[in-house]
Design a protein around this ligand. Structure first.
Ligand code: EPU
Length: 338
């Protein structure tokens, strides 16, 4: 694939921010990727690999090469009476992969329906929703080492998954390009409908004995009702992480706000719902020019059309400061800022 120059990255990020990259190209297999990386222009400039661009905020032009991962393919690599090991190319659209597995009757990722992005980006931040994270079904991944072009495998332990975290966001950052991910899914699905309002949604749909597809449809319905569709209104899902705080911090918030939403998170610690904190701080639906806080899920910042990345970043600063002033809690951004 030839490189293109001075490329508008707007179609490549779900915030819909218009910035330019000096160069960009798409690869569909490891040979094409090696070819692109061997180009002297690419070797001498910063590199950015875009999955679906669904967890990134561009605040300026990118003075380097933006590569788009287009590696296709979904293959069964192993099967026994209980499980199936399915390998997906990093460029496969995540939701299409989920739907394919649901159709086959393979369980384990149905709660992760409709998450934007591509398969290769999923392990980077251990995507999660409705009580499930990809680490629960992750088996292994293959990645290309940027420094020597070798293809290496990573086990689950080596990926060091945490809450919206992995090795690839820390020590491994900028050193690997994910090529494929293998999941171990179950042929005898055990549905996980206890989290959030999946059960309620199933009841609303009139379903008493749900199938994998029913759970997937319920998750899709819940997400559509709360989260803005990036095709309609630019956003990158949750902009902040849910903060984990010591019990005394939770207790002091409870004094003024007894209805604070908190979940146990290890000995003496609680995870607070950041969306609740932002809403209680008065910012749900808050708007500054073309950027704002979503009016149905305060954890999501949105581009109402024509916002700059810098303006959205400034809005996130305002949210951080307001929450800190109101509750003494420091939020952390989940989205990558560039
Ligand atoms: N809440 C509010 N106001 C809001 C938003 C939420 O009071 O504006 C309350 C809700 O009523 C609920 C609690 O906060 O009691 C949690 O809300 P929700 O179930 O919507 O989930 P979340 O914790 O806000 C997380 C993930 C989402 C994921 C959902 C569902 C993070 C950072 N976000 O959000 O992930 O879809 O749970 O599992 O962990 C993403 O990462 O981009 C993302 C959308």
């Amino acid at each position: 694939m030839a490189l293109q120059h001075n490329v508008d990255l707007r179609p490549y990020n779900t915030f819909g921010i218009s910035v330019h990259a000096d160069r960009s190209g798409t690869f569909h297999n490891v040979e094409e990727l090696r070819g692109l990386l061997a180009d002297p222009e690419v070797q001498n400039s910063p590199l950015l690999v875009l999955g679906g661009g669904s967890n990134i905020l561009f605040t300026q032009d990118f003075r380097g090469t933006a590569l788009s991962n287009g590696i296709p393919g979904i293959d069964v690599v192993k099967e026994d009476s209980d499980h199936v090991w399915v390998k997906a190319g990093a460029g496969v659209v995540w939701h299409e992969f989920v739907l394919f597995c649901v159709e086959q009757g393979w369980g384990g990722i149905e709660n992760l329906s409709l998450i934007p992005g591509k398969v290769g980006a999923a392990p980077m931040q251990n995507i999660g929703a409705y009580g499930v994270e990809i680490k629960d079904t992750f088996h292994a991944l293959e990645a290309l080492r940027i420094d020597n072009g070798e293809v290496v495998s990573f086990t689950k332990d080596q990926c060091a998954f945490g809450y919206r975290e992995s090795y690839f966001k820390r020590e491994g950052k900028g050193r690997y390009i994910i090529l494929s991910v293998t999941f171990r899914l179950t042929e005898r699905p055990v549905l996980n409908t206890s989290y959030g309002n999946i059960q309620q949604e199933l009841e609303r749909m009139g379903i008493t004995a749900p199938t994998l597809r029913d759970v997937s449809n319920a998750v899709i319905a819940i997400r559509r009702s709360k989260l803005p569709d990036p095709a309609v209104i630019g956003n990158a899902g949750s902009f902040f992480k849910n903060p984990v705080v010591p019990e005394d911090v939770l207790n002091s918030i409870r004094k003024s706000d007894p209805d604070v939403v908190a979940y146990p998170a290890g000995p003496g610690h609680f995870k607070l719902a950041a969306g609740w904190l932002i809403e209680r701080a008065g910012l749900k639906g808050y708007r500054q020019g073309q950027q704002g806080v979503h009016d149905r899920q305060a954890l999501v910042l949105v581009n109402h059309g024509g916002a700059t990345g810098k303006a959205i970043y400034d809005l996130s600063e305002h949210v951080l400061k307001t929450v800190k002033a109101r509750f003494g809690v420091e939020l952390e951004r989940e989205v990558n800022i560039l």
